[in-house]
Design a protein around this ligand. Structure first.
Ligand code: FES
Length: 256
């Protein structure tokens, strides 16, 4: 059995209407020719300009080259006073070294920093005050950084950072003594000894020394004898009930 199925004939295609064939005939886009550059106008190709010369600076006009001492430096400094002539400059003697070793030996080997107070007392007892050189020596002796020693010195008002007079008056100014007349006592002491406390900074620079270097004054906080106000210390001697009118006698007692 055979089938006689008619096969359709291919359609004739008009190729001129085929768009993809038309595309082939499109000419490629024109690439613009490069712009001609006038190289003489290119600044980066021109010869390097001479670098500006540094301005000459007058060092005397530069204030940051001579900065003010910081608060820390001021705290470490020991400004000279007329009282410096009363004390020898700090010097490491065999006697001081031996005394320091004895003090340090009183503490466990790993706690020798505890000897900082005894060592500072030894220094102040011998040299009158705690100088920057003595701070260095104590810090080296106890393997501490100098700032740790400065912290102790500035914390305890009993340590002085500048030379006092031969007679050092410490007048209590806490409440009972203030009400009992300690400010009047201080004014009288200054008047009798020729001390000018007008520019004194009670916190940073508490000690004022007379021009002759013999007397110095300082305010102290409660000296634990409030019932006998006003009280004061003269060097290490304690005096009670010293009103301003007794100041003259007090000074005379030490000058006798
Ligand atoms: S207030 Fe001066 S001794 Fe206490």
């Amino acid at each position: 059995m055979s089938f006689n199925i008619p096969v359709p004939r291919p359609r004739a295609i008009d190729r001129s209407r085929l768009s993809y064939i038309r595309l082939r005939s499109v000419s490629p886009p024109r690439i613009p020719s490069p712009v001609k550059i006038d190289r003489s106008k290119l600044s980066y190709l021109s010869a390097p300009k001479a670098l500006p010369q540094p301005r000459k600076i007058n060092p005397s006009h530069v204030h940051y080259l001579r900065p003010e001492p910081s608060v820390l430096e001021k705290n470490i400094l020991s400004p000279e006073t007329p009282g410096n002539k009363n004390f020898p400059p700090f010097a490491l003697t065999p006697e001081l070294e031996e005394k320091a070793n004895q003090r340090i030996a009183q503490y466990p080997a790993d706690q020798k920093r505890s000897a900082v107070l005894p060592l500072l007392h030894e220094v102040q007892h011998r040299f009158g005050f705690i100088s920057p050189e003595s701070i260095d020596w104590v810090s080296q002796k106890l393997d501490l950084s100098p700032i740790k020693v400065v912290e102790v010195v500035t914390f305890y008002p009993g340590f002085r950072q500048k030379a006092p007079g031969q007679l050092h008056f410490r007048v209590c100014r806490t409440l009972s003594c203030a009400m009992g007349g300690s400010y009047e006592l201080m004014a009288k002491l200054c008047e009798l000894t020729g001390i000018n406390r007008s520019s004194a900074d009670a916190h940073k620079d508490p000690i004022s020394v007379s021009p002759c270097g013999k007397y110095s004054v300082e305010y102290a906080e409660c000296l634990a004898s409030c019932g006998t106000a006003p009280v004061c210390l003269v060097n290490d001697d304690f005096h009670e009930g010293i009103s301003a009118d007794k100041a003259q006698d007090l000074i005379a007692k030490y000058n006798a």
